[in-house]
Design a protein around this ligand. Sequence first.
Ligand SMILES: [Zn+2]
Length: 67
Amino acid sequence: MPLYEFDCTDCGEAFEKRVRLSDSLDSIACPHCGGIKTQKKLSQFAVKGGSSPTPTSSASSCSTGGT
Ligand SMILES: [Zn+2]
C-alpha cells in the first residue's frame, strides 16, 4: 500500500496514511481532530529524511534449554 501524506485543513495537522487504491483519498479522516477536510499532498510517497532507528539486533539470544 502506498503511503500518502495528507494535510488537514481543519487543524493543520500533517500526517501520513497508508491508503488502498480503492479507498477514496477525499475522505481520509485526520487522526488529530477527526475531521475529513484533508488534502493529499502532492508527494506521492512520503519521503521523510528522518532518522529511522535501526535496531541493532545482531545477536538473537535463542537459548533453547534442551534436556
Ligand atoms: Zn485535523
